[in-house]
Design a binder for this molecule. Structure first.
Ligand code: HEM
Length: 358
């Protein structure tokens, strides 16, 4: 032991710096060896060691993926650190990753990641890499949130919760601009806590208290009532063919639902707000509409989430008019796992209803 310490200290600062330089050089050599010998090279931004292609990310991952889609086409690759990701950006390419059969190669969402494993979050649903345990957990959630009696009770709870929200708004004064995003987030959190734990943690009440004591709070309002997941991930548990190439097991694929939703090949006037198009049958929407993802990993909370949003929209718009303070200013968004909107300032006014008897 002492002789080892002696040897290490005998290196001196120059020796250690030289050692570090050699280690870094080796890391770079291995990184680029892996890069230049990768199977099925695809177009994409040139990666740098340690950060991969992330040095080009403008800070909004989903938007970056859209820009890369425009630049590199329907199938491209990026590197997140030393992990290679293959991005699939049209309906045909993602079809295989969203099959509902258990025979699919795409049962797992994320490829092996020792960091994730160390973090210990590989036992639930989203990050789980063990198919039987993922299916078991998923079934539990499914059964819990998708029963009719639960959904009915939940709708009643939403109405009561909205009544509570209104008392706070009246107290603050409806003529004042409201930060809808903050209220809606707290409303949804209160509802989810009550339904999942039976406890009312009173996020709305706490927010109201903070507003009444902190007069400096700048109220910026956002209109979006929901956040969604524009992109998702899948990995293959066996060698499989996608986009005309054969991919080794555990390749990380990115699935760009957003591109499919905006594809002019699939949607007429793709970027226009045309609600009627959703009167199409499920068959027409299949393979081009993925608000809750698709395939084996499709969101198990989709009925619950839809009930939550519909009830919120109904109880809200039945009683209030909402006007954007700056209708010409685009709403700012950010993206982590889901898309969030910010700074959409609105004014509320009570909706006047005439209740004439015929
Ligand atoms: C409107 C609200 C919601 C939206 C838009 C939404 C959207 C999504 C999306 C896009 C996915 C990824 C699916 C895929 O990989 O293909 C997902 C997964 C998931 N969602 Fe939701 N979700 C919502 C509400 C909920 C709620 C209320 C719950 C809880 C009960 C929930 C639980 C989950 C779970 C556990 C997964 C992972 C499923 C798996 O990997 O097997 N979601 N959701």
């Amino acid at each position: 032991m002492t002789s080892l310490i002696k040897t290490l200290t005998s290196f001196g600062i120059t020796g250690w710096l030289a050692f570090l330089a050699i280690a870094i050089l080796f890391y770079i050599l291995i990184f680029y060896y892996k890069y230049f010998t990768r199977e099925n090279p695809l177009p994409g931004p040139f990666p740098l060691p340690v950060v991969g292609s992330l040095y080009q990310n403008p800070g909004h991952f989903a938007k970056w993926i859209q820009d890369l889609h425009k630049k590199y086409g329907d199938m491209f690759e990026i590197w997140i650190g030393s992990q290679r990701q293959i991005w699939l950006n049209n309906a045909e390419l993602i079809a295989k990753t969203t099959l509902t059969s258990l025979n699919t190669a795409f049962i797992i969402r994320y490829s092996h990641d020792s960091g994730l494993e160390e973090w210990g979050d590989t036992t639930g649903i989203g990050f789980n890499r063990v198919p039987w345990s993922w299916r078991y957990n998923r079934r539990l959630v499914n059964d819990a949130v998708n029963s009719l009696s639960f959904l009915k009770e939940f709708t009643g709870m939403m109405q009561r919760g909205f009544g509570e929200l209104e008392t706070y708004w009246k107290e603050i004064g409806l003529d004042k601009p409201q930060d809808i995003q903050l209220w809606v987030n707290r409303f949804i959190s209160d509802m989810l806590y009550i339904t999942t734990t039976g406890k009312n943690v009173k996020f709305m009440a706490k927010h109201f208290n903070s507003l009444s004591t902190d007069k400096k709070v700048e109220l910026s309002t956002t209109m979006r009532l929901h956040s969604t997941a524009p992109i998702m991930f899948r990995t293959n548990n066996e060698r499989t063919e996608v986009g005309g190439f054969s991919w080794k097991p555990d390749t990380q694929f990115g699935v760009n639902f957003q591109s499919v939703h905006h594809s002019s090949d699939l949607w007429k006037d793709a970027d226009k707000f045309i609600p009627e198009r959703h009167l199409l049958s499920d068959k027409d929407l299949k393979r081009k509409f993925y608000p809750f993802g698709g395939g084996l990993h499709i969101c198990p909370g989709r009925l619950f989430g839809t009930a939550l949003l519909k009830t919120l929209v109904v109880v809200f718009f039945r009683k209030y008019n909402v006007e954007l303070e700056n209708p010409n200013t685009p709403i700012r968004t950010s993206h982590d796992f889901t898309l969030h909107s910010h700074d959409a300032i609105v004014r509320l006014s009570p909706r006047i209803t005439t209740n004439k008897k015929m």
